[in-house]
Design a protein around this ligand. Structure first.
Ligand code: FEO
Length: 392
């Protein structure tokens, strides 16, 4: 795709990755993604903000063909989907300086082998003049790595936010057009890479409060001309306020755990609790992550196999623990053949969850009357806890 003008002297460059389906060899990208870079031309200096994932470098270099000079390469974030093509850009513009936070300098030297003398480091709040335009750098640690920063273009009131407010979505529309589609893509993105850093997100959102922002230009997904849409969404997601929702990742081998899951789903509905079951053998892990943003309670359903939880359930549990959702309650349900340590093993896998463990429901073989009564009790307990917590 060719360079696209945002306004006089400010352009989108980058690549639309229509086919990408996995990020970090983990995260499903059903809608592809974009790597957005931006060219900001001042009366005296020219800055390129971020680059693209290395396999897409040729797109960026083609867009730079008619650009005679770049004085600064602003690298907001050392992750290679934004920084990975800096070396190519430096080959074309060897006089350019790479502008980074002090932490990012070392990371870019480690990851990309960029020479130390190529860098200028900037402190939090420092400004860089391009002549008639001024870049102000705000450090935003843990959005998404510890070295991250954003740039506020003062005269145009544009926030170049890199991963902050991003979404994995490939589209030919430069600006947001379909709010529903982008809301889900942005929530998936938040859930998968930002939820573990919620407390930092809250601080960094507060840090942006004093700034009048007329446009947010992230380095993934579309540009927001109405910043409140995405800023309000992030405020809600980062708040960690659980909703009246049970998220139920599960796996069943011979149908007994499935019977328990089906029964619990119905019992929760009858008790006024929303529930989202995820059969881990077929589910999109990103959908599970989205649901975890709002979960009041997580119930893991697993049979006992090889004396412990099913490995697929263990994977789902490990992932949930890593994402650090704000759920206040957890429990376990499932069937076993002759014994094992399923509860102990799973309970030991969730140290990051600040959640109360509700009495698990395990049964030997096929569930019977006692098991169904125990599931009714679990549903009543969850409903009561959610009511007491004011989960809506
Ligand atoms: Fe889009 Fe953390 O990189």
């Amino acid at each position: 795709m060719k360079t696209r003008k945002i306004k006089d002297g400010i352009s989108w460059l980058g690549a639309v990755d229509w086919d990408r389906r996995l990020f970090d060899a983990l995260i499903p990208l059903p809608d592809g993604t974009t790597y957005n870079a931006y060219l900001v031309e001042g009366s005296e200096k020219v800055a390129l903000l971020d680059t693209v994932d290395p396999p897409m470098a040729e797109h960026l270099l083609a867009q730079l063909e008619d650009v005679d000079k770049i004085d600064y390469i602003i690298s907001h974030h050392a992750e290679q989907d934004h920084s990975g093509s800096i070396g190519h850009v430096l080959e074309k513009y060897p006089q350019a300086k790479v502008v980074v936070t002090p932490k990012a300098r070392g990371m870019l030297m480690d990851h990309l082998g960029i020479a130390e003398e190529a860098f200028i480091t900037v402190e939090d709040g420092e400004v860089l003049s391009l002549g008639n335009r001024t870049l102000k750098f705000l450090h935003t640690p843990w959005v998404h790595w510890p070295e991250t920063m954003v740039t506020y273009l003062e005269e145009d009131r544009i926030l170049f936010s890199c991963d902050f407010f991003g979404s994995h979505i490939a589209t030919s529309d430069l600006f947001l057009t379909d709010e529903g589609r982008v809301y889900e893509a942005a929530k998936r993105y938040f859930a998968e890479i930002m939820m573990p850093f919620r407390s930092f997100i809250v601080k960094n959102l507060a840090k942006l409060e004093p700034y009048e922002i007329s446009m947010i230009a992230p380095s993934h997904g579309q540009i927001y001309q109405q910043p409140a849409f995405i800023m309000d969404a992030w405020k809600e997601w980062a708040s960690g306020q659980p909703k009246n929702l049970v998220v139920l990742p599960y796996v069943s081998m011979h149908g007994s755990t499935q019977l328990m899951v089906d029964y619990l789903v119905q019992a929760l509905v009858e008790n006024g609790v929303r529930v989202e079951p995820f059969n881990l053998t077929v589910t999109d892990i990103g959908k599970l992550a989205i649901a975890l943003v709002d979960a009041g309670t997580i119930v893991v359903g697993t049979p006992t196999v090889l004396a412990g939880p099913h490995p697929v359930a263990a994977y789902g549990t490990f992932l949930a623990n890593a994402l650090r959702p704000g759920a206040r309650y957890v429990s376990i349900i499932g069937s076993y053949g002759w014994g094992g340590k399923t509860v102990e093993t799973l309970a030991g896998m969730i140290p990051n969850l600040k959640a109360e463990v509700l009495e698990p429901v395990l049964c030997k073989g096929k569930p019977g009357k006692d098991t169904y009564e125990a599931l009714d009790e679990l549903a009543r307990t969850i409903a009561a806890r959610h009511r007491e917590g004011g989960f809506e």
